[in-house]
Design a protein around this ligand. Structure first.
Ligand code: PGA
Length: 243
């Protein structure tokens, strides 16, 4: 058995009305009753967390949020705290996704504060890092990603409460993926900066056709799946490719 059990996580992003979100959750839960080799997680939009949690009850599929505020409560209109995610049944939260770093201007310091909040609430933080196309072409991918790790991961991290997701910005939702050598290089560079045993997921255009090759790579401890997590069959095909 591998030292680190793989984790296949679905990031539903801002997708799903109640009816199709529940159908998807039930579809994943039903498939997860079959034998499989990985841990499973779905991260629905906040509006569906409670209902999806009910649909997943009794299944091995864990529930996560897609972001949180650093405070536990207060006058922060529109925000959700890590404590609220925990209260709604979450065990994980995605933090520092590129759609928040680049789309919402979140800095490493912002992500750092949110990770502390996640741990305070007892959540496992999935910290996303990844270079842009321009940064890769400038030969800076390793420096950017290890810099994000240094700035975003607080002291006191350990493998039980931290997961890293390497998601090249240019590979998210584009159908493009790095070469396997590039994935291995970045994961190995990340590995040198995090506590032993911490899982490093790859994310960015993982689909049922490329999952087996990517999930077989050394240092790849699972996947963070966007578009392909919105179809139960595709998500399950990726999970079935886990090592
Ligand atoms: P994608 O998204 O699988 O649709 O590329 C991955 C992610 O953003 O987590």
């Amino acid at each position: 058995m591998a030292e680190r059990r793989q984790l296949v996580a679905g990031n539903w992003k801002m997708n799903g009305m109640r009816a199709d979100g529940l159908a998807l959750a039930r579809g994943v839960a039903a498939r997860a009753s079959r034998p499989h080799r990985c841990d499973l997680l779905v991260c629905p939009p906040a509006t569906l967390i409670a209902a999806v949690g009910e649909a997943l009850a009794g299944s091995p599929v864990a529930l996560g949020g897609q972001d949180c505020h650093e405070a536990a409560s207060g006058a922060f209109t529109g925000d959700i705290s890590a404590e609220m995610l925990r209260d709604a049944g979450c065990t994980h939260v995605i933090l520092g996704h590129s759609e928040r770093r680049h789309g919402r201007g979140e800095s490493d310091a912002d992500v750092h504060a949110k990770v502390i909040a996640a741990w305070r609430a007892g959540l496992i933080a999935i910290v996303c890092v990844g270079e842009t196309r321009a940064e890769r072409e400038a030969g800076r991918a390793v420096a950017v990603v290890t810099g994000q790790i240094a700035g975003s991961v607080p002291a006191g991290a350990d493998a039980a409460k931290l997961v890293i997701a390497y998601e090249p910005v240019w590979a998210i939702g584009t159908g493009l993926t790095p070469t396997t050598l590039d994935i291995i290089e970045i994961h190995a560079a990340i590995r040198a900066h995090i506590p032993g045993g911490t899982r490093i997921l790859y994310g960015g255009s993982v689909n049922p056709r490329n999952a087996a090759e990517i999930l077989a790579l050394p240092e790849v401890d699972g996947g963070l799946i966007g578009g392909a997590s919105l179809k139960a069959d595709d998500f399950w095909a990726i999970a079935a490719a886990a090592q």
